[in-house]
Design a binder for this molecule. Structure first.
Ligand SMILES: [Zn+2]
Length: 346
């Protein structure tokens, strides 16, 4: 028999290798695969690792520990109930992947936001990752949570259709020890026109890395300033080549401004002097060192936008109906752990 430490190393690696690649898209899957929204797996399929748990008691314990490093919450009522059924889960989980199952308006009508959730049971949680529902325009985000463990040092937000600095206001009280913040979505927030837009540029942008704490949109600085330990912020935005300005041509820092404002204002030297002074006056997180902007090209087919949007809404309606049908079925069994045996949703 191999030493337990070695078995542990092998099993953790096996589960890691069986985990699907983390998506890098800034928007939800393409129209042809939207119906797979509910099948997106941020962790290994249980079926792909379950055989390990049948070898022995030691193998089973280690396999469960490795598999529950990431805990998926897609149905809060089900998944946050009965955590004690497998006592180790609250100790094992390092990442909670929260997938919003419904749009804001749908959630309101169904009482989804009628009370706040707590993740305090996960005593060693390091990271919270929130994936928005497709085309979610909600500003409700961290307000969904009553309290989060003080051990959380990373927050990742993905797919939000309309990101807003306002969404980050609760971080100061909910996540006082936050060190790393990631925001990946199609639109970036522009502090000049106070909207979020797809970036229209003339040339392909390259990754921008600030190492002096600069680089955040003005209001993000203001709302994140109380976070004493925040050191790194990673942001992604989509762009099209329908614009008239290139970020490489600018002689001033670019902080998420939209293509139109960049072209109109950030090329105006008189305006830039005043704008820089305003940005310098804004409080910012005292430990912030790195701000990294990455970019992804996106196709804009404006002529067919209306039809595409209509199809999209139809798809979403069908998905929501399917979700709530599943949820109704689950409500007959609030322990939720049957789903562990029948599939691999935790
Ligand atoms: Zn703008």
């Amino acid at each position: 028999m191999l030493p337990v430490e070695l078995i542990r190393e092998i099993i953790f690696r096996y589960v890691d290798d069986a985990t699907p690649e983390k998506p890098t898209d800034l928007v939800h899957p393409s129209p042809s695969s939207r119906n797979q929204w509910f099948d997106v797996k941020p962790k290994a399929y249980w079926d792909s690792v379950s055989s390990l748990s049948l070898v022995s008691r030691v193998f089973r314990d280690i396999t469960l520990e490795a598999w529950f490093q990431t805990f998926v919450v897609r149905r809060p009522k089900v998944h946050l109930t009965g955590l004690s059924t497998i006592p180790g889960v609250s100790q094992w989980t390092r990442v909670v992947h929260w997938i919003n199952p419904t749009s804001f308006s749908e959630g309101l009508s169904l009482g989804h936001f009628s009370f706040k959730r707590s993740l305090m049971a996960f005593v060693r949680l390091r990271k919270l990752r929130i994936a928005a529902f497709p085309s979610n325009h909600s500003i409700i985000l961290l307000e969904m949570f009553e309290e989060l463990p003080p051990t959380v040092v990373e927050l990742e937000l993905r797919y939000h259709a309309w990101p807003s600095p306002q969404q980050l206001v609760p971080t100061a009280t909910l996540l006082p020890n936050l060190r790393v913040l990631e925001m990946h979505q199609e639109r970036a927030w522009c502090s000049l026109c106070n909207t979020c837009n797809v970036l229209r540029l003339r040339d392909d942008p390259v990754t921008i890395t600030y190492t002096n704490g600069d680089g955040l949109p003005k209001l993000y600085n203001r709302y994140l300033a109380p976070l004493l330990h925040l050191r790194t912020v990673r942001l992604s935005a989509a762009y099209t080549l329908y614009g008239s300005v290139g970020l490489q041509d600018l002689k001033t820092p670019w902080r998420g401004e939209c293509g139109e404002c960049t072209s109109l204002h950030l090329t105006d030297e008189a305006f830039v002097a005043d704008w820089e002074a305003q940005n310098k006056e804004e409080p910012r997180p005292p430990s912030l060192r790195k701000v990294i902007w990455t970019f992804a090209p996106v196709e804009e087919e404006e002529s067919s936008e209306e039809d595409t949007e209509s199809d999209y809404v139809d798809d979403l309606t069908r998905l929501q109906e399917r979700y709530w049908m599943e949820l109704d079925h689950d409500s007959d069994d609030d322990s939720g752990w049957d789903s562990l045996g029948s599939g691999d949703e935790n």
